[in-house]
Design a protein around this ligand. Structure first.
Ligand code: HEM
Ligand SMILES: *[C@@H]1O[C@H](CO)[C@@H](O)[C@H](O)[C@H]1NC(C)=O
Length: 359
């Protein structure tokens, strides 16, 4: 830990002028921090593990550096790029540019996710749906991943894990019917949907977003998603097998800042997981570690366990005290989650500019 913190500090100090540092030196530092890094894996995935940098596409390079947590090279969020479609939907200009159709889809999604000064239930479900499609992937066992199967297969949605995702799944099926003839797939719709949904919540991150995934109608293996009654160690182990480290897991469960439960305790249907559901603030982290959380907040046993787990403590505290730090950490972890199970990550295309701007 001591050593790791030292290197993190050193990297932070170096980052503004990273180009001045000897290139091998940064690599050596990254190597050291990886070796002693207990919380995050910074692990590469799929084709990015073997492709040389010279063979990387722009999206491949960006995703690789996000996975490596190389914040000096790339930011996992992009708060300003705005994409202007070259023509109306269906025009040859629009068909000629991969991101064009996604601009029309993202606009439709943003309108559908807008609540009164907050993101609505459809948005919250869309965030969770993105997790439940991608999160079925396992490093050790393979199968599953961000392939659209949670909606496209005939059986996945009916699993108890996926209770409460019906509205978002139906809406995705609707958008699929509307846009499939423009080359749009379900896996991308679900991941773009989750990303549009987070930035539609007040204070939500504008995570970089990529398209080009392949779809699958084969149901993902079951038993790959976390139980609300799991203890911290089994949660950490489950996510480690998805290359998601402890601080990434802590960043991702912060999505419960927006959430409202219906099926954990049927007697408390509609109870939020912090006092401001539909807002992407850090109140969730603070109320989880408070000695007196408000009585109308329903805390998940899994979140309680994680918030009290020693290896999670530092990140939990950091996110509780830092909206901007958390947004960046969430965005980076979500980019990782959103490419789990994708075989040729280097074939993806970045379309972040189609996202609504944060508000
Ligand atoms: C420790 C792992 C996790 C567990 C055990 C867990 C469990 C749950 C449960 C039980 C619900 C309530 C479902 C209901 O009763 O309607 C829920 C809601 C939700 N979860 Fe998680 N979750 C985990 C991680 C995540 C992650 C990684 C994300 C996103 C990146 C996420 C996003 C959400 C969202 C947005 C909701 C709210 C859905 C709504 O309001 O309709 N969760 N989660
Ligand atoms: C999708 O599948 C095709 C055919 O197997 C493959 O060439 C392509 O690289 C795959 N795309 C991704 C993003 O994995």
């Amino acid at each position: 830990m001591e050593i790791k913190n030292f290197f993190l500090l050193t990297l932070t100090t170096l980052s503004p002028g990273a180009s001045r540092a000897h290139p091998g030196m940064l690599e050596a530092l990254a190597g050291c921090s990886r070796a002693s890094e207990k919380r995050d894996t910074a692990e590469l995935l799929a084709d990015l593990k073997t492709l040389p940098d010279s063979a990387l596409s722009p999206a491949g390079w960006t995703i690789k550096n996000i996975l490596l947590a190389n914040r000096a090279a790339v930011s996992p969020q992009d708060l300003s790029t705005v994409y202007k479609p070259p023509g109306p939907l269906g025009s040859s200009e629009c068909r000629g540019d991969t991101c064009c159709v996604w601009k029309y889809i993202a606009d439709a999604m943003a309108a559908a996710f807008q609540g009164k000064k907050q993101c609505n239930e459809l948005a919250r479900q869309a965030v969770r749906l993105g997790f439940h499609d991608a999160g079925t992937w396992s490093k050790s066992l393979g199968g599953g991943g961000a392939d659209g199967s949670v909606v496209l297969s005939t059986s996945e949605l009916a699993r108890s894990d996926n209770r409460g995702l019906e509205i978002a799944a139906a809406r995705m099926a609707g958008w699929y019917a509307e846009f499939h003839s423009y080359g749009v797939g379900m896996a991308d719709l679900i991941q773009v949907g989750a990303t549009v949904a987070t930035v539609s919540c007040p204070l939500g991150p504008r995570s970089r977003v990529f398209v080009g995934r392949n779809d699958s109608i084969t149901p993902a293996p079951s038993g790959r998603l976390p139980s609300v009654d799991a203890d911290a160690e089994s949660l950490v182990e489950l996510f480690a097998d998805k290359t998601i480290g402890v601080s990434e897991l802590v960043a991702l469960v912060g999505a419960h800042t927006a959430s409202v439960q219906r099926f954990v305790d049927p007697l408390r249907v509609g109870s939020p997981q912090d006092s401001t559901p539909g807002t992407w603030d850090v109140l969730f982290y603070n109320q989880m570690i408070s000695a007196n959380p408000p009585a109308d907040v329903f805390q998940f046993p899994s979140d309680l366990a994680l918030s009290r787990y020693s290896a999670a403590h530092e990140s939990w505290q950091t996110f509780a005290n830092g909206q901007a730090v958390w947004n960046d950490a969430y965005a980076a972890a979500y980019v990782r989650l959103s490419v789990l199970g994708v075989k040729h990550i280097n074939d993806l295309t970045e379309c972040t500019g189609v996202l609504p701007l944060a508000h």
